[in-house]
Write a protein that binds this ligand. Structure first.
Ligand SMILES: Cc1cc2nc3c(=O)[nH]c(=O)nc-3n(C[C@H](O)[C@H](O)[C@H](O)COP(=O)(O)OP(=O)(O)OC[C@H]3O[C@@H](n4cnc5c(N)ncnc54)[C@H](O)[C@@H]3O)c2cc1C
Ligand code: FES
Length: 358
């Protein structure tokens, strides 16, 4: 449940009264009343309250959140799963933390993508006061201790985890090159802050900006020209999957290249088929490149989810019958009636008819 607390006490009272009215029809348990009064209390499920939404570019904002008292903090570069209610449906997505670790509030920076449910909600509709669901921070896209010579290669919203590292580890980094790609100069998220850092820390931080509308998409070969000593640097890269795949292929020493992906790279597509969501009573035709998670959501089925890229296991459900294919490597999983084999819907596509326990 996303609860929005308006700025005026009268509004708040009206909403509380409405909630209590609702409770006559739907009995509340004591914790529901406590949620109305103090949704961020230590014993409640971890939540946060949006306290500020700051524009970064024409389609990206920074959302500042006061987390509940059980928030355990984060390591720069990590991400948080956040649950928001969009048009009455709870949707979970993952966002890198961009805030300094010393502040009580945390921040994420979200870029609206075409047709994106949560990103557009956060960029265009969410307001300060909105209460969101949170999970503890996680992820291993973090700086190694002792790194002095670093290369960050980012594109679009891929700058977010790197900004988290730069804001927190500046004193540790003596020789940093940031290569950042965006469609234009004004589309560069944190462009102003990065340019200011490069000026203020001249000799320690070098910023190389690429604007794809003029320069085209960056290739590993061009990166090598821009940063001739790239192989001597510990590198963190975040951007489109195809670009990260190309970097991974190009890098001789894979242990010195760290990548963070915001979506699954679809490597193999299958046959597709009719997907039945047994408990919801819905059947949809899904093609072999569409995840079962996307197919279910499109059909209006309430699908559990999290990172949507196969990391968190927040989307695991039983496959009652049928065959699915892992979009990352083509691996096939089959279930005979009654098997209830567990599958991750975010990285599985139908390979023939299948029946999901949802
Ligand atoms: C570890 C991790 C960290 C992330 N950090 C950030 C971050 O800091 N800032 C940020 O803006 N996003 C970040 N993301 C991406 C974010 O979790 C969502 O995937 C993104 O906001 C889209 O969600 P949506 O609900 O708007 O789109 P959906 O409604 O889920 O999807 C709408 C359409 O867009 C496509 N799509 C989904 N995700 C993307 C994407 N990332 N790029 C392009 N097309 C997409 C879908 O295939 C679908 O066709 C991160 C993801 C991961 C896994
Ligand atoms: S949603 Fe995270 S593994 Fe599927």
């Amino acid at each position: 449940m996303t609860t929005t607390l308006g700025p005026l006490p009268t509004d708040r009272l009206r909403r509380w009264a409405a909630r209590i009215g609702e409770s006559i029809a739907t009995p509340l348990v004591p914790s529901d009343y406590l949620d109305l009064i103090d949704p961020l209390r230590t014993t409640a499920k971890l939540r946060g309250r949006i306290v500020e939404i700051r524009p970064e570019t024409r389609d990206a904002v920074t959302v500042v959140i006061t987390p509940g008292r059980s928030w355990k903090g984060h390591i720069p570069g990590q991400y948080v799963r956040i649950g928001v209610d969009v048009d009455g449906v709870r949707l979970w997505r993952t966002y890198s933390l961009t805030s300094e670790t010393t502040t009580r509030d945390i921040s994420i920076t979200v870029k609206a993508i075409d047709g994106g449910k949560v990103s557009n909600y956060l960029v265009r509709r969410a307001t300060p006061g909105t209460v969101v669901q949170l999970e503890q921070a996680t992820g291993d896209f973090t700086l190694n201790t002792g790194t002095e010579k670093a290369l960050f290669v980012t594109a679009g919203s891929g700058i977010t985890p790197v900004m988290g590292m730069l804001r927190n580890h500046l004193d540790q980094l003596d020789d940093v090159i940031v290569v950042h790609s965006s469609p234009t100069k004004s589309d560069a998220i944190f462009g102003g802050e990065l340019r200011m850092l490069a000026r203020a820390r001249h000799g320690k931080i070098r910023l190389i900006e690429r604007h794809t509308t003029i320069d085209g998409r960056l290739t590993p070969e061009e990166l090598e020209e821009l940063v001739p000593d790239y192989a001597d640097r510990e590198t963190w890269a975040c951007g489109p999957g195809a670009f990260l795949d190309a970097l991974e292929e190009h890098w001789d020493d894979a242990s010195r290249l760290h990548t963070e992906r915001f979506r699954t790279s679809v490597a193999v597509t299958g046959d597709g088929g009719a997907v039945t969501f047994a408990r919801s009573g819905k059947t949809v035709e899904a093609d072999g490149s569409q995840s079962l998670l996307d197919a279910g959501e499109e059909a209006g089925v309430i699908m559990p989810s999290g990172c949507r890229i196969g990391i968190c296991h927040g989307c695991v459900v039983p496959l009652r019958e049928g065959t699915v294919r892992d979009l990352r490597d083509g691996q096939i999983t089959s279930a005979a009636p009654g098997d209830g084999v567990l599958i991750q819907t975010c990285i599985s596509a139908a390979s023939g008819p299948c029946d999901i326990e949802l």
